[in-house]
Write a new protein. Structure first.
Length: 395
């Protein structure tokens, strides 16, 4: 399964806070200092993170630190900090480390159910934590939290230097328990107090906006998203066209985005990438009988990763007209590597390319027609009407 960090998902880690993070909370987020110290050890001692020697210099240093008896930090936390430090030193902003304490609730994310406040986090290109998506009926939405808000503090703890998994874990907790967030929006600090709740994400919704015209909203790509899209379209008249809304979609499981693309493209490449080893991976559509309804796709600056893959594929194959603004530009391929203790690294291994060969990473998808948010609804219907009367989709 190919994923993006993007996963940036709020349901990946629940137990880190109780088992790992709790000792790290406090003034100035002590984990940042620990990570810095261990990073220094990594480079000064010349430790290779890829070494199979479990008794390497960093392991030895950690043993000496814990044996000295002056630090209350556990060996487990120091090992975690060492890995986080190595990831930071690599310069790969999309990679993450997930300790074993997080793996037993990994399935929650795939099932779209978790306890939290209903947001998806990501690390921006500037390195700050920001809101990638807000679940419509969540506590976060009710509190007025918006996409692109920067997350500064969680319950008084500065998280600007925290890893993505750490921040996610701090947002998780028992349903009904209060959490205070300090966010930055348009240069102003805003304190938001809200209560955690059981979240059941709705990734796909559909409505009829005029006779035989469907509005299909895909908020993210998780398990069964492609099946849900197929079911909704099968049961909703849309012969005059479909508007696919990918605005504020942070991405998700790439195979699900490919599965949606295959419903509209009969044959040919959808997306591809090549690893450093030379291995090429190509996702194609080999099906026949794809949906031929005219398509409009809506994107904005928060449309990212798997959502960009779908938009780029439909655009390159001349299967849809893309409206809105340039997308986020997150086009890296992440894969999981399982370590000996069962914990996992999520590492960047390649860059996605659209059917025409263009890169998404750092560039995004440029819409065919740049349309302001204020008029995108009416413009979508106007363009769709023109497609329905003048264009027969040709795959």
């Amino acid at each position: 399964m190919v994923r993006e960090p993007d996963f940036l998902r709020p349901s990946i880690i629940t137990k880190i806070k109780a088992k790992i993070l709790k000792p790290l909370s406090g003034n100035s987020f002590r984990a940042s200092g620990i990570i810095f110290i261990v990073m220094t050890l990594v480079f000064s001692i010349g430790y290779s993170t890829g070494s199979r020697n479990s008794d390497g210099p960093v392991d030895e240093a950690i043993q000496e630190i814990t044996s000295a008896g002056q630090s209350k930090v556990t060996k487990q936390i120091l090992q975690w900090a060492a890995i986080e430090g190595a990831i930071k030193a690599s310069g790969d902003q999309w990679s993450n480390y997930f300790p074993t304490s997080a793996l037993d609730i990994f399935q929650d994310q795939l099932n779209n159910q978790y306890t939290g406040i209903g947001i998806i986090l990501r690390r921006s290109t500037l390195g700050v934590l920001e809101i990638a998506s807000v679940e419509v009926t969540s506590p976060a939405a009710a509190a007025g939290i918006k996409v692109s808000d920067q997350l500064i503090e969680i319950d008084g703890t500065d998280v600007q230097g925290a890893s993505l998994p750490s921040a996610i874990a701090m947002l998780r907790g028992n349903s009904g328990k209060k959490v205070d967030l300090l966010i930055l929006r348009n240069g102003k600090n805003i304190l938001v107090s809200l209560k955690r709740a059981k979240i059941t994400a709705k990734n796909v919704e559909i409505s009829t906006i005029s006779k035989d015209v469907a509005l299909l909203t895909i908020s993210s790509f998780s398990s069964l998203t492609a099946n849900d899209v197929q079911w909704f379209l099968t049961n909703t008249p849309h012969s005059k066209g479909i508007i696919i809304d990918l605005r504020n979609n942070p991405g998700g499981i790439v195979e699900e985005a490919v599965g949606v693309a295959r419903q509209f493209i009969n044959s040919g490449i959808i997306v591809s990438y090549q690893k450093a080893s030379g291995e090429k991976v190509i996702f194609k559509s080999t099906e026949t009988g794809a949906d031929q309804a005219p398509l409009i796709v809506l994107i904005n600056r928060s449309t990212a990763s798997a959502a960009e893959i779908l938009a780029a594929a439909l655009q390159d194959r001349n299967r849809a007209v893309i409206l809105g603004e340039k997308s986020y530009g997150k086009g890296t391929v992440q894969e999981f590597k399982t370590l000996k203790d069962g914990s996992k690294l999520e590492l960047t291994v390649a860059f996605f390319r659209s059917p025409s060969g263009r890169l998404i990473e750092g560039k995004g998808v440029m819409p065919d027609l740049v349309v302001p948010e204020s008029v995108i609804a009416i413009k979508s219907l106007q363009v769709l009407g023109g497609l329905a009367s003048l264009i027969t989709p040709n795959n």
